[in-house]
Design a protein around this ligand. Structure first.
Ligand code: 2AM
Ligand code: CA
Length: 264
């Protein structure tokens, strides 16, 4: 049973933001020293001691402060989570690890706090850019304390899209999107790209392989500004398995689906 402290979402959001900034300071400090880097399944998939330590930091903090909450993190703790009952913190300790290692910028800490599988709180923190995106259900989304306006419907011919170049090799229909849009950018950090859709810097972000922790924080932000996010087929997102993603401005989303799947 969740007690009132464990359901006080404003307090939880404040706490999560504080821990996120603290973790950001830790990451910056670690960047000045040396840390060990290893590859996971293949060469695109890196993990460092820093990712693992940040996850451990959140695991300890959440267990100590909110004992009934559970945490599903990329670096191992996800293995214990098979359902989204109650409150689950879905954490990517460093989203954009390849950027973290190679560029020392363009990476984020991402947290989605979900109640019975629905997003309640979203946090996406661009550590080097010092931009903290956050949201709480029904109260809108903010960036560094400034409210983000609801998204007005944009059209594809004025849209900036974002996806990794490699996805075009998998689905040539993306070429049509490139031709029909104003431009394409690629940041390599899903959580931040979703946050950029939420604040209008991007109009659509597409990926063919994302995990729940890559998208949980960004989806919470998008819900609060009227953005749309589904998998590539247009089905609702699930936060227990890897899937494809289209996260977009609502007007652009409809046009993207039309280009990919034909008129519905
Ligand atoms: P990561 O850096 O946390 O691994 C890069 O295009 C984006 O896709 C990043 O958000 C990255 O998250 C994510 N990503 C890269 N490889 C992935 C994989 N094998 N499964 C899920 N997400 C992945
Ligand atoms: Ca990660």
């Amino acid at each position: 049973m969740l007690n009132s402290q464990e359901l006080n979402f404003e307090q939880i959001k404040g706490q999560a933001e504080e821990w996120t900034r603290e973790a950001g300071q830790y990451i910056k400090k670690m960047m000045e020293s040396s840390f060990s880097i290893s590859t996971k399944a293949h060469q695109h998939d890196l993990v460092t001691d820093v990712d693992k330590n940040v996850e451990k930091f959140f695991l300890d903090k959440v267990a100590e402060t909110y004992p009934t909450h559970r945490l599903m993190g990329e670096e191992g703790s996800f293995e214990l989570i098979n359902d989204l009952e109650g409150i689950v913190w879905i954490l990517d300790p460093i989203d954009g690890t390849v950027n973290f290692v190679h560029q020392e910028s363009n990476f984020a800490i991402s947290i989605g706090i979900y109640l019975e599988g629905e997003p309640i709180i979203g946090i996406v923190f661009d550590v080097m850019g010092d931009e903290l995106f956050s949201s709480i259900k029904g109260q809108g989304a903010m960036v560094n304390g400034q409210r983000l306006p609801k998204l007005a419907r944009n059209s594809l011919n004025e849209a900036i899209l974002s996806f990794n170049a490699g996805w075009m090799l998998k689905d040539r229909r993306l070429e049509k999107l490139v031709e029909s849009s104003r431009g394409v950018r690629s940041y390599g950090v899903a959580a931040l790209e979703m946050a950029y859709v939420a604040c209008g810097r991007l109009d659509a972000y597409i990926s063919f392989n994302l995990a729940p922790w890559d998208i949980a924080g960004g989806f919470a932000l998008l819900q609060e500004v009227g953005g749309t996010a589904t998998n590539y087929n247009g089905d609702p997102l699930n936060f227990l398995e890897k899937d494809t993603l289209i996260a977009a401005n609502p007007g652009v989303y409809d046009e993207v689906i039309e280009v990919i799947h034909g008129e519905k």
